[in-house]
Design a protein around this ligand. Structure first.
Ligand code: CA
Ligand code: CA
Length: 486
């Protein structure tokens, strides 16, 4: 839900303490034409107000006594919203008058297990906000349909009703990936793990079936390097990393580990790095600090490796999950994750917990971010993920960011407009914070209805730019907001 709060500036020597910051409304905010909201000045005489209403041919439809006497006021025949607001503001009897904005429900998919609250990692209906804010993020973007994500795992049940439409197809052989054991494109999942991971990342969203992935639409490439017993070794994994790198994958998800440091596997991941591919890996399930006892690939010190531990539905560290203040980047949900499974084409389960289920949350996030920020390097995209986490007390000292994935913040950082000048000092200094490399417009208004763009700039790598507000008109009030042009 978009919220409205706007910095107010009163100039011409009458300087009020401005609000410290503001969330911004969308550039295309629409409002009711039949009524507005009016806050009478505290202490305004009721008979003066009554005369004002009579003179404006307007009437109060509703009053909120517990909210300072806020009034819902009808717009009379032949009057406009902006005209009526102007008249109220000129009356000297009101604190403010503003449009009544229309609001819209967030985009939510119709998949039954999302609707009934089972998919708590996406939207938690029991513990408020112990989730990745997926519905809010889906207002920005739901589809990564042109992004190929390789799942380095046991294969994928590519015929599953909630995965089939999101499978990548190799244009050369019409298969859905590569089987390192057979050297063929038979990637059917004979164990189950890869199908669990795939559903979290990219089960088909909004198809009225089962679950939804973090990305409603994406291209899942099955890179089968684990057998029916859940075993693998480095040459098999390397073959899959190499297949994925040379067949168009731009994200890889690895949900496995061991203590063995392999230079060859490291080099294969480094080659992927040189192609701009992001390698998301889980951290393992030994309840251990992996800083003193490293595990791989989690602990490879390569800048395209994102290492993910797991949280519970109450935003604590999953008890079995490994952690490490240096080697683990962030957390994502990993307990009782309901997702697709491989026994049949319509099988789902929530039997499992573990960091394997956390990594694909981040993999799905990265896929969506590749769409949102197509020109950015793997380092820039990873920085967005890490800067966008929700810090959690339970994760302090357990990973680099001390936080859990927040898809909304990663995908579209909140825009803030902050006063950076002392009250009463002109010109008024404003700072726009909106995440890195983002084009934003500062707009001004005297009536909260008509907004004039006054300054456009792109935020720095640190995510801000400043604006010095001139005060060249005679209007007694200015309101400012900042909006993104993206
Ligand atoms: Ca939430
Ligand atoms: Ca679905």
């Amino acid at each position: 839900m978009k919220t409205l709060a706007i910095l107010e500036l009163v100039v011409l020597g009458i300087v009020a303490a401005p609000a410290q910051s503001a969330n911004l409304l969308s550039p295309a905010a629409t409002y009711r034409s039949d009524q507005i909201l009016v806050m009478p000045l505290q202490g305004a005489a009721s008979d003066a107000l009554a005369k004002l209403y009579a003179s404006l041919d307007s009437r109060v439809r509703h009053t909120f006594p517990g909210l300072g006497g806020l009034q819902v006021v009808a717009v009379p025949e032949g009057e406009t919203v902006s005209g009526l607001i102007e008249k109220f503001q000129q009356s000297g009897l009101v604190q403010y008058a503003e449009p009544e904005y229309l609001r819209f429900l967030n985009a939510v998919p119709n998949d039954p297990k999302f609707t009934d609250g089972t998919l708590w990692g996406l939207n938690n209906t029991n513990t408020a906000d112990a989730d990745i804010d997926a519905p809010e993020a889906w207002d920005v973007l739901t589809s990564a349909s042109n992004i190929v994500v390789a799942v380095l795992d046991t294969g994928i049940r590519y015929t599953h009703e909630d995965l089939a439409a999101n499978m990548w197809t190799n244009p050369g052989d019409s298969g859905h990936g590569f089987n390192a054991f057979t050297g063929t494109n038979n990637v059917m999942d004979d164990q189950g793990h890869g199908t669990l991971v795939s559903g979290v990342l990219g089960a088909v969203g909004n198809n009225n079936k089962g679950v939804t992935g973090v990305a409603w639409s994406v291209q899942l490439m099955a890179a089968k390097c684990f057998d029916s017993g859940g075993n693998s070794s480095d040459s098999l994994i390397i073959a899959c990393v190499d297949y994925a790198r040379t067949n168009g994958a731009s994200v890889m998800v690895a949900a496995f580990d061991s203590t063995g440091f392999s230079l060859s596997l490291s080099n294969a991941i480094y080659a992927a790095r040189n192609s701009g591919i992001i390698f998301v890996t889980s951290v393992g399930n030994n309840s251990a600090n992996i800083d003193p006892a490293p595990r791989y690939p989690a602990c490879y010190d390569i800048d395209n490796v994102v290492t993910v531990t797991a949280t519970t539905r109450t935003d604590t560290l999953l008890p079995i999950a490994n952690y490490g203040a240096t080697n683990v980047d962030l957390a994502a949900p990993g307990e009782s994750i309901y997702t697709t499974w491989s026994p049949t084409d319509n099988f789902y389960t929530s039997l499992f917990a573990g960091t394997s289920l956390a990594a694909p949350y981040v993999g799905g996030a990265v896929a969506l971010m590749k769409v949102k920020y197509p020109g950015e390097s793997h380092q820039q995209l990873i920085a967005r993920v890490l800067n966008g986490v929700d810090p959690l007390p339970a994760l302090a000292g357990k990973c680099v960011t001390g936080g859990r994935l927040n898809l909304r913040k990663a995908l579209s950082p909140p825009i803030q407009l902050t006063s950076i000048s002392a009250p009463g000092i002109l010109p008024y200094q404003l700072r726009v914070s909106a995440g890195p490399n983002r084009s934003c417009v500062v707009e001004s208004s005297t009536n909260l209805t008509n907004w004039l763009p006054i300054y456009t700039n792109t935020t720095s790598a640190a995510g801000t730019f400043d604006y010095s507000a001139s005060t060249s008109t005679n209007s007694p009030r200015y309101f400012f907001r900042a909006v993104s042009t993206l």
